[in-house]
Design a protein around this ligand. Sequence first.
Ligand SMILES: Nc1ncnc2c1ncn2[C@@H]1O[C@H](COP(=O)(O)OP(=O)(O)OP(=O)(O)O)[C@@H](O)[C@H]1O
Length: 218
Amino acid sequence: MGDQGLTLENVEIRNGQNTLISINTHIAPGEVLTIMGPSGVGKSTLLSYVIGNLPPGFDAKGRIVLDGHDITHLPTNKRRVGILFQDDLLFPHMSVGENLSFGLHADIKGRAVRRMHIEAALTEINLEGFANRDPETLSGGQKARVALMRMLLSNPCALLLDEAFARLDTKLRGQVRNLVFEYARKRDLPTLMVTHDQADADAAGGECIHLLEFGKPN
Ligand SMILES: Nc1ncnc2c1ncn2[C@@H]1O[C@H](COP(=O)(O)OP(=O)(O)OP(=O)(O)O)[C@@H](O)[C@H]1O
């Protein structure tokens, strides 16, 4: 068994001739690494490399190692990396329970067993009895909690946050952020957060890397 946590080993992402990002770092279980920097510097592209979904036109070098396993060449669905985006909308044509079921790991089989997991998950986020609700009838905070839980139900071993709180108003932002960090700590998930908001970085409390225009950390 290798080191626990998420390692980006000499990762370099290029867009044609330009080096966009160059990073070499390790995030221990339960810790948050924040990445900040100007728009277009390549923050989201880095996260897409970590989940195995680099857009066409980019090249990347370097290894991604999760809990001692080299996941660099694994398909996205085998990486055990969860991601939350700012536009993490719930599927509107599905109930809250069906949305959660979408996240629930495929290894969990049987209708009754899956329903039990979903009920437990709803209780955990204080939304007991919400399984049949239409997501459109939920408040912003409730939707954010369901989106978080949908992602956690896939049992990720690392967490990525791509401006995940950007659309929430200040008060809600703080609450949802605290909840996400609480889960990350509780489940010992190494967390890589991209944000423009210093308050997110402050709340995370861990290391913060500021990327400059050409992707070089200062
Ligand atoms: N799918 C794509 N195809 C081609 N170029 C892309 C694609 N996605 C992003 N880019 C370009 O790659 C560069 C990095 O984009 P990226 O979204 O990673 O930046 P970012 O730092 O996350 O920016 P922001 O803070 O605005 O979200 C930008 O110049 C962008 O225009």
